[in-house]
Every structure is written in C-alpha cells, then in structure tokens.
Design a protein around this ligand. Structure first.
Ligand code: FPP
Length: 272
C-alpha cells in the first residue's frame, strides 16, 4: 500500500481557511472604535469571498468568532453578533447569485436566537448549491470540536455502531466526527492569517495537518482581492510533499508511477 494516496497539487487550493485578524488594530490606528474595525472587516469578508470563488476556490472557511471571543467586552460581542446578523441578511443575494452554499462549524447553538434563525434560514436557502461553500467558524474552537468528536465516537463504539478494533480506529473514521468531516468539508489546503500574528489560535488544528500556511502583515480590513491573489500565487509556488521526498513528488506529479513506500501509516513518523 502506498504511504500516501498522492494526487498532484492543483495550483488553486480547493479549500482556503482564513484567520481574520487585525480589526481592532486597524481601528486603533485610525482613532476609531473597535467595532468600526469589525464593520470594515465585514466589508473585507464580502470582497474576499467573491474574489476567492472567482479564482476557483471551492471551500472558503472564515474564523469569524472563536469560543474565546465571548470573553471580550460585552458591547464588542453584541456588536459582532449584530454585524453577523446584518451580513447574513444582506449577503443572501450574493450567495444565491454566485451559487454558494453556507455552512457553519462550531457550537452555533450557543449563539443569540436571532443569529441562529438567520443562519438556519440562509443555510436552508443555499443548501442546493454544490459547487462552492462558504463555511463560517462561529463559536468555534478546535479543542472543543475534537473533544466533542471523541465523545460522539466513544458513544458509537459503546452502541456498536463503530467497531472497536485497530483497523477502525483510523483517522479516516474519526475525522467524520469533526464538524468539518461530518459535513463533507475537506481539509484546508491553505490557511491564511492576517495582521502579522503567527499563531493558529485553536483553528482547524487537526484538519490543517498538511495545509500550507501564509502569515501576512496586512490587517484584515485592508485585505482585498490583490492580497488574496498574492496568497494564491504564493501557494502555487509551494511544493506540498505529504511526507514524500521532493524527487518522489516530481515523479508522481508527472504521472509516471506510484512508488511503493511500504505499509506506513500516513500519521506515523515525521512528515513535511
Ligand atoms: C479578530 O480581530 C477578528 C475577530 C475576532 C472577528 C472577525 C469578524 C469580522 C471580520 C467581521 C464579521 C464577520 C462576518 C463573517 C460578517 P481583532 O479584533 O482580534 O483584531 P486585533 O487583534 O487587532 O485587536
């Protein structure tokens, strides 16, 4: 069995995930309230989603509200929720026109009722679109997602729905219990973080195991089509190896053969 089911990396990533950071600093630099930064951040969301799908991206995941964000000042949390509601009500037309389905990851059941209603309506109204998907990470945290998946997996083992043997305890089986896997959302190929911070901040920890990362100093409200295209171009220059050597990747990309690399597990040993 080959070590990795290798497929040549297309130059446009199928799934781009973004940690939108820097709204507060953008506002502070201009002497504006933080919420104004978030408002401008919402505009950047609109521009980025159009540009990403136009470029051929199939899945765009945006980290819009983390489980830790509840600890921000109440007026900021309230403002973010209102902004989200406004965005959902006004962007439905754009989603429909561009055939984009909306999905969410995270514990959305804890969001305010009006946001939940708007989310449910938008998800339902766009569910028939299969080509492009916008995923909003809301009240999301990878650790809580993983803990929830482990609980659900254990419950299925206990009820006999999942076999409790070595072969079944695979990443493929387990990953179906994550918020992403449960909805058929693939792992991100490219993770972008704006604002110069170089952290992953509890975002898609397991799903980004083989993702390419780009950290840009641009603050999120200033992130636009040009910045996105620059990130996509940088991604196109990267060589994704999935644990193979550069030479093996070249052979595989040329479609010549699949090397037999032994019976290794994709998760075992050092991968790059
Ligand atoms: C991080 O910047 C950003 C957030 C916590 C919220 C992201 C929200 C938006 C972009 C707008 C609303 C979203 C949608 C989908 C309509 P920060 O406030 O931590 O910035 P800072 O680090 O400079 O303070």
């Amino acid at each position: 069995m080959p070590l990795v089911a290798h497929t040549p990396s297309p130059s446009i990533p199928a799934h781009v995930a973004i940690i939108m950071d820097g709204n507060g600093r953008w506002a502070k630099q201009r002497g504006l309230p933080r919420l104004e930064g978030h408002r401008r951040g919402a505009k950047a969301v609109r521009t980025t989603l159009t540009a990403a799908f136009e470029a051929g991206v199939k899945f765009l995941t945006l980290y819009a509200f983390s489980v830790e964000n509840w600890n921000r000042p109440q007026d900021e949390v309230g403002g973010l929720m209102r902004l989200l509601n406004y965005f959902l009500r006004h962007e439905l037309k754009t989603l429909q026109k561009n055939k984009i389905a909306l999905r969410t990851i995270g514990r959305v059941e804890a969001l305010p009722a009006d946001v939940r209603r708007e989310l449910a309506a938008t998800i339902k109204a766009t569910a028939h679109h299969k080509e492009r998907t916008l995923v909003l990470a809301l009240n999301y945290g990878a650790r809580s997602e993983i803990a929830g998946a482990a609980r659900a997996y254990a419950a299925d083992v206990a009820s006999g729905k999942q076999k409790n043997d070595g072969a079944s305890a695979s990443w493929e089986n387990f990953s179906r219990y994550l918020d992403t896997g449960a909805q058929g959302i693939p792992d991100p190929d490219l993770v972008i973080r704006t604002s110069g911070e170089t952290r992953i901040s509890n975002f898609l920890l397991m799903q980004s195991a083989y993702a390419e990362f780009i950290f840009t100093p641009v603050l999120w409200p200033d992130f636009g089509k040009d910045e996105l295209l620059a990130c996509l171009a940088e991604y196109g220059r990267r060589e994704r190896r999935f644990g193979l050597t550069g030479e093996q990747v070249k052979v595989l990309d040329s479609g010549l053969r699949t090397p037999d690399l032994g019976d290794g597990d994709r998760d075992a040993g050092r991968q790059t």
